[in-house]
Design a protein around this ligand. Structure first.
Ligand code: HXC
Length: 510
């Protein structure tokens, strides 16, 4: 018996050592942790239970029969984040560069299926060179199996990907189908084809960082929803994010005890909106002053900054926040901000997370760049997402709500449950200056008359009361009372039941 136990321990130690001490040191020298060290940081202490530690690849090509490492380049299993079950797989770069064999793929598919079956989030930690080159088509088949599980689980369980090393080929497509991608600055890259292939095909010379570093994907392409400074911070922040999410679409988001008073007043909000309508202010200040303990987990904070998206709590209940940011491009809706917010709204709706929307939007961005880029279809994504969402929807218009953007931003007409406006709200087809220049074109050469018309238009429309008189705004509220009003509204919506007509699925303008 003693021998068998020793044999088990020996085999376990061998599996845990991955690609060996030399490669582990090389991993550390690059500022990266190993697959197992990352899992230890991600999960509650001693909660990790490993699957398939002894699985090996089946390849006999290119001398691979002599190179078998138990676990085959990926560590899989389950554990807990603050006591709630999550499934995890973590690519081990020290074993064949974390590349994917048929056996490696089967391990990932096993935890994907298990997570979907029990209704628990799945978190993938990526640090891998794509398809195992020695295996060929078996590896490609393995990727397709993983992709299929990603798709089937989409909207069923939260799927989170963290890019923690160079990732190419199949190791970027699977993350692309998950809900959130986070990267680690300076040590992680994502590209479909790497710099060498780019040079061969297009003659373009770029570094890995320029082609697919964290700055590119979290700031320019929007492929990643965030970037962190190192592995430790990435794992800590993913734990924070998971705390806002339900385990699956069958559950409500996790309610925590709040230490923030429900009816806390914020007098400073009464003067947040400047008297000059063209002057920006920071919408984040409003978010932080309204939500519990100023705790806001921002999604895509470095991309399409003219709209803010993220998770927070009101009296302990998770909410998704969407807010125009007047500080960036005056908070205009353009292609990127529409895509960013639409995806976020759909995530919230899929996972029963109520949406709080703060509106200060001058309209859609004009110009050939936007029109050629398909603004019509991209803007429609956000309209579509808000309209189809059946979760509780609470909207507060702080200042501008002009034109089509008024309709889009969770308006009453798209089944907003509570639509409030601050006294500073201006709900109109467009700003006063633009409006009079069109409807009083004949007065264009008479500045005094034009100014008079502008003042007249402002007095008539630059307020929330016309919309309120139609019932499109449920109430005009004091800025200082925003927290109390939206929190009470949220509580009153606990029993909300709303269903869309039966369909196989919708046809959102992709
Ligand atoms: C087998 C691989 C491998 C792979 C790396 N290794 N990638 N083994 N298959 N795809 C091994 C190396 O041989 C090496 O083994 C170890 O991993 C570390 O690799 P290095 O090159 O030394 O590391 P580094 O310099 O950091 O470069 C990392 C890398 C590079 C950028 C990932 O290895 C690379 O470009 N690999 C190939 C990427 C690729 O083209 N993959 C196929 C994509 S196509 P030793 O023994 O020396 O430690 C694809 C198809 C699926 O994925 C598409 C589905 C839609």
């Amino acid at each position: 018996m003693h021998d068998i136990l020793q044999e088990l321990e020996r085999r376990r130690a061998h599996a845990r050592s991955g690609g060996g001490e030399r490669r582990i040191q090389a991993q550390h020298a690059k500022g990266k942790l190993t697959a197992r060290e990352r899992i230890a940081l991600l999960l509650d202490e001693n909660s990790f239970e490993e699957f398939d530690m002894f699985v090996e690849h089946r390849s006999h090509e290119f001398g691979m029969e002599d190179q078998r490492v138990p676990g085959d380049g990926v560590v899989t299993g389950w554990g807990a984040i603050n006591g709630r079950v999550v499934y995890v797989f973590s690519k081990d770069f020290t074993v064949f560069g974390g590349s994917l064999s048929g056996a490696h793929a089967e391990k990932i598919v096993k935890v994907q299926r298990q997570a979907a079956k029990v209704g628990a989030p799945i978190i993938g930690l990526f640090d891998a060179g794509g398809a195992r080159i020695q295996e060929g088509v078996e590896s490609l088949a393995g990727y397709a199996d993983i992709f299929l599980e990603n798709v089937l689980s989409s909207g069923v369980i939260p799927q989170i990907s963290v890019i923690m090393g160079p990732c190419a080929g199949g190791d970027v497509y699977s993350p692309a189908m998950t809900d959130f991608i986070f990267m680690v600055r300076d040590t992680s890259y994502m590209f479909v084809t790497g710099p060498d292939v780019v040079k061969t095909v297009t003659n373009e010379i770029v570094t890995a960082e320029e082609l697919g570093g964290a700055r590119v994907h979290a700031g320019k392409s929007g492929v990643a929803e965030g970037a962190f400074d190192n592995d430790l911070e990435a794992m800590t922040q993913v734990r924070r994010l998971v705390d806002f999410l339900p385990l699956s679409n069958r559950q409500k988001p996790p309610v925590r005890e709040s230490y923030d008073e429900l009816d806390r007043e914020e007098p400073s909000l009464d003067t947040l909106v400047p008297s000059n309508p063209n002057k920006p202010y920071d919408m984040k200040e409003l978010i932080l002053k309204v939500v519990d303990e100023a705790d806001f987990f921002e999604i895509s904070s470095d991309w399409a900054k003219n709209i803010i998206t993220g998770f927070a709590r009101l009296d302990g209940e998770p909410i998704g926040v969407v807010a125009n940011q007047p500080q960036v491009l005056a908070g205009v809706l353009d292609i990127d901000s529409s895509r960013k917010a639409a995806r976020f709204v759909r995530f919230c709706d899929a996972f029963n997370i109520p949406i709080l929307t703060f509106v200060d939007v001058p309209g859609f961005m004009p110009g050939t760049k936007q029109e050629y880029g398909g603004l019509i279809k991209h803007g429609a994504k956000l309209l579509f997402a808000y309209a189809e969402a059946t979760v509780p929807k609470i909207t507060v218009i702080t200042r501008k709500a002009y034109g089509g953007a008024y309709d889009v931003m969770s308006s009453k007409h798209l089944r907003g449950d509570f639509n409030y406006a601050w006294p500073t709200a201006e709900i109109a087809v467009m700003g006063a200056k633009g409006a009079v220049e069109i409807i009083f074109r004949a007065d264009m050469n008479d500045p005094a008359k034009l100014a008079e018309r502008e003042a007249e238009y402002k007095a008539r429309f630059a307020n929330p009361f016309v919309a309120a008189s139609r019932g499109y705004i449920d109430d005009v509220i004091l800025p200082r009372e925003t927290r109390r009003r939206v929190t009470r509204a949220l509580k009153s919506l606990k029993g909300k039941v709303l269903e869309n007509p039966w369909k196989k699925h919708d046809n959102i303008p992709l």
